[in-house]
Design a protein. Structure first.
Length: 259
């Protein structure tokens, strides 16, 4: 039985619910999964696309199961309107959010778990914070203001969708297994869309006390056409950006597990 690691966020649990029982399943924060992938811990794992260059020698990407699109990017927030700067909380240095922040400039950053960032800004532990996942839907009601939509910055500069996360698979498993798992992911998502009640409890129990409306908004935003088929050119652009930023060296290894 292969191992599969995903985040506990509603988009992942919704997508993978119908197939999870066929794998040795692990759930963890995406930055933790990025670190664990560097150690080669899982056969198949969710990662930040910005972290892929660090594991490219060992892993290739699948086309299904990722998170990408237009209007899905991280938000830079603060307690009041201001210029970005000071101490900025990010959801991990390996995350796509942290890489996108570099498009605005060179800042002092502090890494913390994504769900702690709102309170860190509110309590003055950080001057600004980069929000991902449900933070996009909750920051205003908590009294925070949006300074910059980092996804919009990406879209304006790159003219393509933003690839936030992807599913990586060990290269040694080969293209046939990769194609099979891509098919399983698409079938699992189709099942979830056709019978959402079947996965509702699985999603809810991992959703970290999100309200039903936030869970629904989360799934509606991050589960889209790109979940079925990542934009390859967009992924290549983000990986190249990481190379240019010196996060990892260039590689001749193909990004995707099969042609």
């Amino acid at each position: 039985m292969l191992s599969l690691a995903i985040s506990p966020c509603p988009n992942d649990t919704f997508i993978f619910c119908a197939m999870a029982s066929r794998y040795r399943l692990a759930l963890d924060d995406v930055e933790a999964l990025n670190r664990r992938a560097e150690g080669g811990e899982f056969d198949v794992t969710k990662i930040s696309v910005a972290a892929y260059g660090r594991i490219r020698d060992r892993y290739a990407l699948l086309r299904a199961g990722g998170a990408a699109g237009f209007g899905v990017g991280p938000l830079l927030v603060a307690t009041a309107p201001r210029e970005p700067g000071g101490r900025i909380a990010v959801p991990g240095e390996r995350t796509t959010a942290a890489l996108l922040l570099r498009l605005l400039g060179d800042f002092e950053t502090v890494s913390m778990r994504f769900d702690l960032i709102e309170d860190a800004v509110l309590q003055g532990v950080a001057d600004c914070g980069v929000l991902i996942h449900e933070g996009r839907f909750t920051y205003e009601r908590k009294g925070l203001v949006n300074l910059a939509d980092l996804g919009q910055v990406w879209e304006e500069r790159m003219r393509c969708p933003l690839p936030l996360g992807a599913i990586a698979i060990r290269r040694e498993l080969g293209p046939d297994v990769a194609r099979r798992i891509d098919g399983e992911i698409r079938e699992s998502l189709s099942r979830a869309r056709a019978h959402p009640g079947e996965c509702a409890e699985f999603v809810r129990c991992h959703a970290q006390e999100m309200s039903p409306d936030v869970i629904r908004s989360h799934i509606d935003l991050y589960v889209n056409d790109y979940t079925l088929d990542l934009d390859e050119a967009a992924v290549e652009r983000l990986v190249t950006l990481g190379e240019r930023q010196g996060l990892y060296p260039p590689s001749e290894q193909p990004i995707f597990a099969y042609g």
